[in-house]
Design a protein around this ligand. Structure first.
Ligand SMILES: Nc1ncnc2c1ncn2[C@@H]1O[C@H](COP(=O)(O)OP(=O)(O)OP(=O)(O)O)[C@@H](O)[C@H]1O
Ligand SMILES: O=P(O)(O)OC[C@H]1O[C@H](OP(=O)(O)OP(=O)(O)O)[C@H](O)[C@@H]1O
Ligand SMILES: O=C(O)c1cccnc1
Length: 472
């Protein structure tokens, strides 16, 4: 399900509309164009990206249109009547090829390809980038966190600290990347994500005694009690009171789920609390931690032998700290059957022209070996080359190969089945197990190699020469 249902066609930058109008008035409206979506830099100085946001994107593209009020607004904004008549009837009918949501991808490889008339392919640029860049950024953060958490529970607590409504997509992406549950009721409803929740300090503060607050919460939620133990003094008040309430619940045939530590030295407090709980015969009571957690803090807590069974993670997860934004771009690579190129001062930023496909090679253990970018009509290639240093190349003939991009939308119809974020995460987990550990390191991860076929590089080099000769 998608969250944006109204004014879908306005979810764009104005220049997309002025360009679309320009194509229309220049007689270019039926030109057939191909755009690629790719990114250049791995977020968090990491070694990979988890691709997310596709299903939301396809849902909104299905309903991408302009209602009467939108048309009037655009008329007042300076667009011309002939074009607005065209926009009134506008429907997105382009064909989209994409890697699966939850796939692990790498810089400079075409992840999504949009093929359609130049107006529809142009108009959706902003929307596509907005959806895919943000959800991929957050899914990747969640995956990094999951990687240090192992099989323990991890809940998204981020909505209150998220960048406004972005929090709705952030919770979805968090679960795609590895969170088990969310505290975000809106996203849980919208996307079929398991809900979770404990209580805030305000609940404890509203009672005269911490013990009364704990008792009352447990009375109302006997089978779903996690008590926040740090309001006054974690080890002298919170944990002893939680133990009393757990024993009272036990006497009535219930098991308290856990306690939550939300401040202080989480390694020290968790070890002390574990000991106290165990000595009271409550070894089943879990210890959950929250408070500005991220992958680095959790890794450190693991190394210190913290006794934690679960984590609630907010700010750092849903804001994609410290990256802020994924640098994904959408570039025109072919027009009316002719490959096109964008030249840059920065050689790395020269685009890869033409219709292409993305394939992945696996080694004999089934681990990712290389990704290859080939011309779409190439059956296979024997060798992959570095984009600019042809002496860097690899033979891939003996490696199992899988095509990563599939047709996901055609003629306004979504061709893939709707999956919950948890189901998408199941796919990510399988793929993550196939990614060699060196790429998962937080510090100076091993760079995964993406190579290009000789035929593709020939097309690019001929175009480069052609353009340079015209400039001279
Ligand atoms: N043993 C530990 N090792 C590494 N980091 C820790 C450890 N214990 C807690 N942290 C982290 O240290 C930071 C502590 O932040 P801060 O000083 O704001 O929290 P606090 O002392 O609990 O204060 P407050 O009561 O305001 O929450 C948090 O990011 C927390 O996750
Ligand atoms: O630290 P984060 O990773 O962002 O996780 C979410 C935080 O939000 C809550 O605190 P807040 O102070 O907002 O309210 P509280 O009274 O429930 O602790 C919760 O207790 C966490 O500490
Ligand atoms: O349920 C919780 O404990 C919770 C939810 C959101 C933010 N902090 C904590």
């Amino acid at each position: 399900m998608n969250t944006l249902t109204d004014n879908t066609g306005l979810y764009t930058d104005y220049y997309e509309l002025t360009m679309a109008q320009g194509y229309f008035l220049s007689g270019k409206k039926d030109e057939q164009t191909v755009f690629d979506y790719y990114y250049r830099t791995n977020p968090y100085s990491g070694g990979y990206l988890v691709f997310a946001g596709l299903q939301d994107l396809l849902e909104i593209l299905k309903n991408f249109r302009y209602n009467e009020a939108n048309i009037e607004f655009l008329r007042k904004s300076g667009l011309r009547n002939e074009f607005l008549d065209y926009l009134k009837e506008f429907r997105f009918t382009a064909t989209i090829y994409s890697v699966k949501e939850g796939e692990i991808v790498f810089p400079n490889e075409p992840i999504v390809r949009v093929e359609g008339n130049i107006i529809e392919a142009q108009l959706v640029e902003t929307l596509l980038l907005n959806y895919l860049n943000f959800q991929s950024l957050i899914a990747t953060k969640a995956c990094r966190i999951r990687n240090v958490i192992g099989d323990k529970e991890f809940s998204d607590f981020g909505l209150r600290r998220a960048q406004g409504l972005g929090g709705i997509h952030a919770s979805r992406a968090a679960v795609i990347g590895g969170a088990n549950t969310t505290s975000n009721v809106y996203s849980a409803f919208n996307y079929d994500i398991p809900l979770t929740g404990t209580q805030a300090h305000s609940w404890i503060q509203s009672f005269d005694y911490e013990l009364d607050a704990f008792r009352q919460y447990a009375n109302i939620n006997p089978d779903n009690t996690v008590l926040l133990v740090d309001t006054y003094n974690t080890l002298r008040s919170g944990v002893p009171n939680a133990i009393k309430v757990a024993k009272e619940l036990e006497a009535e045939g219930h098991k308290m789920i856990g306690i939550r530590l939300d401040s202080g030295d989480l390694a020290y407090l968790s070890q002390k609390a574990r000991k106290m709980l165990n000595e009271a015969g409550l070894d089943y009571v879990k210890i959950i931690a929250s408070n500005q957690l991220n992958e680095y803090v959790i890794k450190s807590l693991n190394e210190q032998g913290a006794q934690l069974d679960g984590y609630g993670i907010g700010t750092e997860l849903v804001t994609g700290k410290d990256t802020g934004a994924l640098d994904g771009v959408y570039k025109l690579v072919q027009n009316n059957g002719v490959p096109r190129l964008k030249i840059s001062e920065n050689i790395e930023k020269i685009t890869m022209p033409g219709k292409k496909k993305l394939v992945r090679y696996f080694d004999e253990e089934g681990m990712f070996f290389r990704d290859g970018v080939l011309l779409e009509n190439e059956e296979s290639t024997s060798r992959l080359f570095h984009a600019f240093h042809s002496h860097k190349n690899t033979y891939v003939t003996n490696y199992k190969c899988e095509e990563l991009t599939h047709k996901v939308m055609e003629n306004g119809k979504v061709l893939i089945e709707n999956q919950s974020p948890t189901e998408i995460n199941a796919y990510l987990r399988k793929r993550f197990a196939q990614l060699p550990d060196g790429h998962k390191r937080f510090i100076s991860p091993h760079i995964y190699k993406v190579g290009f076929s000789e035929n593709l590089l020939d097309v690019r080099d001929h175009l480069l020469m052609d353009i340079r000769s015209k400039i001279r």
